[in-house]
Design a protein around this ligand. Structure first.
Ligand code: HEM
Length: 121
């Protein structure tokens, strides 16, 4: 059991490192540090702190872990709860489906651009 946990921890750490490296590369290519008109994200700010203090990576890892833990189960449970209510309320399901068809369109994939705040209920 302990060995499996350690293996899992290693895989998780490798995943976080890949994720952080992706941001680091994006940052370099878009020159956020030069203030090229791009908005700085929290991860950008943390990566720039890490440039002067390598140990800052532990903080970055902790923040990623918190966001993943806080964001996954909550979203899964809320989506499951909403869908089960919709399945038990066919009238409301039809309204939701019509709204999605109107805002997103029947064949297109949903993208943020399809849902400006003004078209939300
Ligand atoms: C339907 C989905 C979600 C629900 C129901 C939910 C619910 C909550 C609740 C009730 C709190 C505590 C708020 C408080 O008492 O101050 C909280 C805090 C937090 N949530 Fe969510 N959350 C959801 C999605 C997410 C996602 C997607 C993320 C990250 C990507 C996230 C990150 C956080 C963080 C970091 C905190 C702590 C904020 C702080 O320290 O003040 N949550 N969430």
């Amino acid at each position: 059991m302990e060995k499996r946990l350690l293996r899992l921890q290693k895989r998780r750490d490798a995943f976080f490192e890949r994720l952080t490296e992706e941001f680091r590369l994006k940052r370099r290519s878009s020159d956020v540090s030069e203030g090229a008109g791009k908005r700085e994200t929290i991860i950008d700010a943390m990566l720039s702190m890490q440039e002067s203090d390598a140990e800052y990576y532990e903080i970055i890892k902790g923040v990623i872990a918190s966001l993943l833990a806080a964001g996954t189960d909550t979203t899964v449970v809320t989506t499951e709860w909403a869908l089960s209510h919709l399945l038990n309320n066919p009238e409301t399901l039809k309204k939701a489906r019509d709204e999605i068809d109107t805002v997103v369109g029947a064949r297109s994939h949903a993208r943020r651009v399809h849902s400006p705040k003004s078209s939300l209920p």
